[in-house]
Design a protein around this ligand. Structure first.
Ligand code: C2E
Ligand code: MG
Ligand code: MG
Length: 862
């Protein structure tokens, strides 16, 4: 049963109801209607409203409305919820401002606001409002209206104050709750937004909070994790310790493990002990670290040397070098750190490269250069260096990174290839390609400056012979030695090239025009210089080559082409030089046609040639002398000097075997000089001993030159014998090969009083008219005719004819090779004046001539 309003019972009931409502409700919003109703009923009010202070806006706003049964409060409710009261405004505002209960006896008196007018229209007269207080501060207000005029008494006011306080407490709690909710939301948003996993566990290590990062990282949804032991995902190693960072390996939902770092904080909340586990996924960091390590090991493993220098410290000291740098340069890291990379430079480091580096360092630019550096031990290496500037995030230059590659091997290979393209690989001399390059340049220069250019074409004498008989290694050695000799006798500026098997070319450029001015003279100068050099080359190649342990004489033929004398272009010059080699060869081979050394192979010939070269020095030649007799008187009138070679290997070698060879070796000149001096000297000795003989020497055709006269006359003068006692023999063949020249020489000799004889007459094809013109004293009938005398009719008639012919021309016939008495008689019968042969005497050493002279004494004409 309900106590009447205002009674003590209803007061208690109201307080209980309010207290109960406030206690049960989960929020003020829930509690407000109960509290209003309890108060309204207890006080006998018909309409009420609860107002709370909105601290932010500094105003009261309506939280709830209550009305007694039958009161049409819809409009009031709407107006109330729209209304706000500032401090001191309206009835609730006054209660707030004055902090006490306000009673208005008749609201109609006020009737200022639509809301109050509305209450008046409802027949409500009196109004009452009281503040809701908490700790001396007004947090809200409650207002009531009634149709009666009801002035609250002291007891009711006390009750209202108590309930107000209670409601105040509730409002405060509500606020705190809201704040808590807000802060929880904040926390949640922090946790939700956190990159790290934030997991809250209770004392039993069961998950009570699991943020999105944790869900992302582990792949377990929040719902699935709440209440589960954390050990399920962190393994049994959940750290018990708090306040430390502990590394561990965590496991994702898919079973994959990842490195993590965990810290645990302890939280005490409402007597509960909770732990917040902060977990950071370190995979990315680990990845970054791995990349760094990879970086490091890449630097360490790099083939290229890497050197990092500070761009900010003075002197750009080295701050890092990798192992390849140490390998390439020989410098250890601790020896170079702090020093400038200049320590790799040397005197021959390219200045341009250094300038480029310096410019790049100063300008903070990158640069690539190739330069010759030195290792720690001083040995050089080609360094392909690229330097790049390194800037920090702010763009400030901090370091220089130099990457160096030792390209020495590549350089060598390139140089080698370059060398191969332009050089002969046997001798290392420039090849034809390089020679023509040089020649083109020299010709261009010569045309500009009016200089002459000479090209010498040098052909080795017996290269093929050496190659065939000694093998290619020896042939190569010969070429190499030839190259060395050519280099030695030419100037550094001259280009010596090997352009073929045994062909060498020498380019003599910039032959200066002489001051004499006339073109002809200039060119004569150039030609003279070229010839002088050719002479030196000749000389250089004439001395023996040391090959394969034996000495070989080789010699060379040299052709010369002069710009602009012979040609003005490259091909013309080369052609001319080659052609003059050929014609020189042909000239030589005309006299070379004589048989080579009998028997023996090429190799044998070659070693023989080498020995022959030395025969003069070693005094291995000897002269034998064969008496020449006046046939009818059987008196010795002269001797013919016949040379022999006392070869260490073969003993006495006859002239037929080595004279043609000596001619080809170019030895015949010196040999003939020796023969003349020896023979004439010997003759002089005989004369001194009273042995009155003439002396005949054989002169090979190659020597029939104007110089022969000079030499011969000099030799005769040296010996002191009369020129008329000297007979020079020239073979018929030789005399007729170049009759004009021979005739000129013969005439010259004749005028000096020297006697002349045609040797081996009958074997050649002499022209009788020529023979007539020649100032010849003696005609030596070849042995081949004498041999078949006297029985061979043909031989007999030939010999008879020759004897007759000679006599007709006023020339004395001399029969060679008389071996028998019958031959001798036949010849005497035919009127042949002179003869020689084994029948009288073989050629004998000089010492035996006095005895022969005794045997065939000359009778004084009576
Ligand atoms: P040649 O001038 O006709 O010399 C005569 C050759 O006949 C000599 O040979 C001589 O030994 C040989 N003879 C002489 N009487 C007889 C004989 O009764 N029967 C036979 N079967 N042979 C006889 P040798 O000494 O071997 O000389 C050969 C050739 O070598 C010479 O022919 C001459 O052309 C050349 N010769 C010799 N000595 C010299 C020299 O000092 N200088 C040059 N350039 N040639 C030389
Ligand atoms: Mg002779
Ligand atoms: Mg003869």
């Amino acid at each position: 049963m309900e106590a009447p309003p205002g009674s003590a019972g209803s007061r208690l009931a109201a307080q209980d109801a309010a207290t109960h409502a406030l206690g049960q409700a989960r929020s003020l919003r829930e509690a407000a209607p109960c509290a209003l109703e309890a108060l309204g009923r207890f006080m006998g009010w018909e309409l009420g409203a609860m107002w709370v202070v909105d601290a932010e806006r500094e105003q009261l706003r309506c939280l709830d409305i209550w009305h007694a049964h039958g009161v049409a409060a819809a409009a009031f409710s709407e107006l109330s919820h729209q209304a706000t009261f500032r401090l001191g405004q309206g009835i609730p505002g006054r209660a707030w401002a004055e902090c006490r209960a306000i009673w208005v006896k008749d609201v109609a008196q006020m009737a200022r606001s639509e809301r109050v007018r509305n209450t008046a229209s409802l027949g409500l007269r009196s109004a009452f409002a009281f503040p809701i207080e908490l700790a001396g501060e007004v947090v809200g207000a409650i207002e009531f209206f009634s149709s009666d005029i009801r002035r609250p008494d002291g007891e009711r006011l006390a009750l209202i104050a108590s309930i107000g306080t209670q409601i105040g407490q509730y409002i405060e709690r509500d606020r705190a709750q809201r704040w808590a909710l807000q802060s929880a939301a904040l926390t949640r948003s922090v946790l939700d937004g956190a990159l790290d996993c934030v997991v809250t566990i209770d004392g039993s290590s069961n998950v009570v909070e699991w943020n999105p990062a944790a869900a992302r990282t582990f792949g377990h949804a929040r719902d699935a994790m709440l209440g589960r032991p954390l050990a399920d995902v962190l393994g049994p190693t959940v750290p018990a310790a708090t306040g430390m960072r502990v590394p561990l390996t965590a496991r994702r939902a898919d079973g994959g493990e990842f490195p993590a770092e965990v810290a645990v904080t302890r939280v005490e909340s409402e007597g509960l002990e909770l732990f917040t586990v902060w977990l950071r996924d370190l995979s990315e960091q680990a990845e970054a670290e791995r990349a760094m390590r990879l970086h490091d090991s890449a630097l360490a493993a790099a083939h290229s040397g890497i050197v990092i220098a500070s761009a900010q410290l003075p002197g750009h000291p080295i701050v890092y070098v990798n192992p390849a740098f140490e390998r390439i340069t020989g410098w250890k890291a601790d020896e170079v750190l702090g020093r400038n990379a200049r320590l790799l430079q040397s005197d021959d480091t390219d200045v341009n490269a250094l300038t480029a580096i310096r410019g790049a360092l100063e300008g903070g630019r990158s640069v690539e250069v190739t330069l010759l550096n030195r290792r720690r031990d001083g040995s050089p290496f080609w360094n392909e260096l690229s330097i790049s500037p390194v800037c920090d995030e702010q763009g400030t230059l901090t370091h220089f990174v130099g990457v160096q590659t030792d390209i020495s091997a590549r350089r060598h290979a390139e140089a080698r290839i370059e060398h191969l393209i332009y050089h002969d690989n046997v001798t290392g001399l420039p090849n034809r390609a390089m020679f023509t390059d040089h020649l083109d340049l020299a010709l261009a220069r010569a045309k500009r400056e009016g200089n002459a250019v000479a090209v010498l074409n040098i052909n080795l004498g017996r290269f093929r012979l050496v190659n065939d008989s000694f093998g290619h290694d020896t042939g190569d050695a010969l070429l190499i030695q030839t190259a060395e000799r050519l280099r030695r006798v030419t100037r550094a500026a001259d280009v010596v090239a090997r352009t073929g098997g045994d062909e060498f070319l020498v380019l003599i450029a910039d032959l200066e025009p002489s001051a004499r001015g006339e073109d002809g003279d200039n060119l004569a100068d150039a030609l003279q210089i070229a010839q002088a050099i050719a002479g030196q080359i000749h000389h250089a190649l004439r001395s023996p080559f040391d090959l394969d342990g034996s000495e070989l004489f080789v010699g060379a033929t040299i052709g010369i082409g002069i710009h602009p004398l012979d040609s003005v272009d490259r091909e013309g010059l080369l052609r001319h030089a080659t052609a003059s080699v050929k014609s020189a060869r042909e000239r030589r081979s005309a006299v070379d046609r004589a048989p080579t050394l009998s028997g023996g192979d090429a190799r044998h010939q070659l070693s023989l040639a080498t020995r022959l070269r030395h025969a003069l020095d070693r005094d291995e030649f000897v002269l034998h002398y064969q008496p020449v007799l006046d046939l009818s008187a059987a008196a010795m009138v002269g001797v013919e000097a016949l040379i022999r070679w006392n070869d260490a290997e073969r003993g006495l070698v006859g002239p037929v075997e080595f004279i043609p060879f000596a001619e080809r070796l170019g030895l015949i000149g010196p040999i003939s000089d020796w023969v003349m001096d020896t023979a004439f000297g010997q003759c002089r000795l005989w004369h001194d001993q009273g042995i009155d003989v003439g002396i005949a020497v054989n002169m090979p055709p190659v020597l029939w030159q104007p110089t022969l006269v000079r030499k011969l006359v000099a030799a005769i003068e040296r010996s002191g014998i009369a020129p008329s006692r000297v007979t020079i023999e020239v073979t018929e063949t030789a005399a007729m090969t170049d009759p004009d020249r021979t005739q000129r020489v013969l005439a010259e000799l004749h005028s000096r009083g020297v006697q002349l004889a045609i040797d081996d007459f009958g074997t050649g094809y002499s022209s009788l008219s020529r023979l007539k013109q020649m100032p010849v004293e003696t005609l030596k009938i070849d042995r081949s005719f004498v041999r078949d005398l006297p029985h061979d009719a043909e031989a007999a008639s030939i010999v008879t004819a020759i004897v007759q012919l000679a006599k007709n021309l006023g020339i004395k016939p001399l029969a060679e090779g008389i071996e028998t008495l019958a031959q001798r008689r036949f010849l005497v019968e035919q009127g042949c004046d002179l003869g020689q042969g084994f029948h009288f005497s073989r050629p004998v050493p000089a010492a035996e001539i006095p005895a022969a002279y005794q045997r065939f004494p000359r009778r004084r004409a009576a």
